[in-house]
Design a binder for this molecule. Structure first.
Ligand SMILES: [Zn+2]
Length: 309
């Protein structure tokens, strides 16, 4: 299975349009010891011809253009992208769906609750179903296994195990709507397995790490994990107010209860942080936070990275 990191930043990207934090400011000034990043986007394939997107970032159009295997391969209108798997309704996971309009058929795998939010409450997504043979919505359970199918209905050789990671819906979902939805549908983690046996665990948003999550991750080959914030009060310190990392549904990287410590016992997977917020000091490759992450055996994903499992 081939895995491509098309984007690795959290919502807003790096730099973020309205941010002048130390990272964003010095990146713009050309003095930052690190790389710019688009918003987190992953693509996977078992045959290098048919591709599946894990979520759809707001930067998807430029990410596709930067990735030749995702360009049309045949004359006329065509795309190697067969399907999209959505793990939440967050804007930075779904906004790219709007870049996939233009009457192109593909599948969308998501929970029934996310489908209702997108199709019933947000009429702009009707652009995906203007024609009868356009987007095929496939409901998945928040606790179950399914196989990714090509648009033609062929088994891709990639199977997925989904599990619930949290009960928090995005702020744009009304309280009335939230009350009618299953809480376990709000946020999924997925373990993706190729027919050859390679296992990818993808979880760009993780509110907390418990024993059952650790067990699920033990036999993964590659872990793409929530690296949004270094510390719980990071945004408050930059903005002067706001929410903590945990209140926003992200376990911080550092600290006694952070992901570095919590996942330190995982021996098998290659451990890579994705969804890194522009304020996170571990983006600075000359700084102590970056050194601490690398010394702990973790990597900080960059746009354009690829893996073969
Ligand atoms: Zn910033």
């Amino acid at each position: 299975m081939r895995i491509k990191i098309l984007g690795s930043a959290a919502g807003g990207g790096f730099p973020q349009w309205n941010c002048n934090c130390r990272n964003c400011e010095s990146l713009r000034a050309g003095t930052f010891a690190g790389k710019s990043r688009t918003q987190t986007q992953v693509a996977i394939s078992s045959d290098d011809r048919t591709w599946f997107l894990l979520n759809t970032s707001p930067d998807l159009r430029t990410q596709i253009e930067a990735t030749p295997v995702l360009h049309p391969q045949n004359a006329g209108r065509d795309s190697p992208i067969s399907a999209v798997l959505l793990t939440s309704g967050d804007v930075d996971q779904i906004a790219g769906l709007l870049s996939l309009r233009e009457l192109q058929p593909f599948r969308v795998y998501c929970t029934a609750s996310i489908q209702r939010i997108l199709q019933e409450d947000n009429s702009v997504f009707r652009m995906l179903n203007r024609a009868a043979d356009q987007v095929l919505w496939t409901e998945i359970s928040s606790d179950g296994n399914f196989t990714l199918l090509t648009m033609a209905g062929k088994d891709s050789g990639i199977s997925c195990a989904a599990f619930s990671l949290g009960a928090r819906y995005p702020a744009y979902v009304s309280q009335e709507r939230t009350a009618s939805l299953k809480s376990e549908d709000a946020l999924l983690g997925v373990i993706v397995t190729s027919s050859a046996g390679g296992r990818l665990a993808h979880m760009p948003a993780v509110p907390a790490v418990d024993e059952s999550l650790l067990q699920r991750l033990e036999d993964a080959d590659l872990l793409l994990f929530d690296g949004t914030f270094w510390s719980d009060d990071e945004l408050i310190r930059v903005q002067g107010s706001g929410s903590t990392a945990r209140e926003m549904g992200h376990i911080p990287v550092s600290g006694a209860e952070g992901s570095l410590r919590k996942l330190a016992g995982l021996r098998r997977p290659r451990k890579v942080f994705v969804h890194v917020n522009n304020t996170n000091p571990m983006l600075d490759e000359s700084g102590p936070e970056y050194r601490e992450v690398r010394a702990a055996g973790w990597e900080v994903a960059e746009d354009g990275w690829g893996f073969d499992l």
